[in-house]
Design a binder for this molecule. Sequence first.
Ligand code: SF4
Ligand code: F3S
Ligand code: FES
Length: 240
Amino acid sequence: MQVLLRIRRYNPELRDKPWWGEYSLDNVAPHDTVLELLHRVKWTMDGSLSLRRSCAHGVCGSDAMRINGANALACKMLVSRLAKPGQQSLKIQVEPILGLPVLKDLIVDMEPFMEHYRSVLPYFINDSPAPANGRERLQSPEDRAIFDDTTKCILCAACTTSCPSFWANDKYVGPAAIVQAHRFIFDSRDEGAAQRLEVVGDTFGVWKCRTVFNCTNACPREIEITRAIGEVKHALTTKS
Ligand code: SF4
Ligand code: F3S
Ligand code: FES
């Protein structure tokens, strides 16, 4: 298959504005990933292309980008998912995720995203004495199941940067941070729910979510994000 890969390029040391780079690739297989195509460009055509990636297997969360207009991990996006059956030539457009400052090409500044993440206290809080005899704090399988889905987040930012509420106002804490808050608010061993609910119940917290569902569609871990946000909203009206 022949692929024309259009990549949104930006290098503030060369030009003030972004531009489109176009790269023609032949012998592309349906099972190739978009990350593999980007590597072909970087390693054989233009070494100045900049992107983040690490694991290449959907685990590290570092290569979220906008592929044909929708957020996805480049390493999980197969060419076959972008082509119609039997199609022999294909255009694929790749851009950086939206709503975060672009540093170079496909690399964005993740710090505003991480700031929202830190704001929800994404760690276990429990100052009560530990159980005697060095035992663990026990939890029933039923209690663990309540937040199982939100433990799967890999902090790729595909959700937050596909959310129109976040595009409109980057003070919105965003779906990824709420997923992290959910993971601890509903953990029966944790004692920090009140602090976290205060953060996500604030002006720029969960009420900025308008139930658009882009976040849920974008999540490579298939986390039911909009549902988790709904559960946090419900907790705010019942727990606080
Ligand atoms: Fe990525 Fe999903 Fe976590 Fe959002 S919730 S940061 S889309 S893994
Ligand atoms: Fe945004 Fe997801 Fe809510 S896309 S508006 S956080 S449901
Ligand atoms: Fe690690 Fe894609 S490179 S998730």
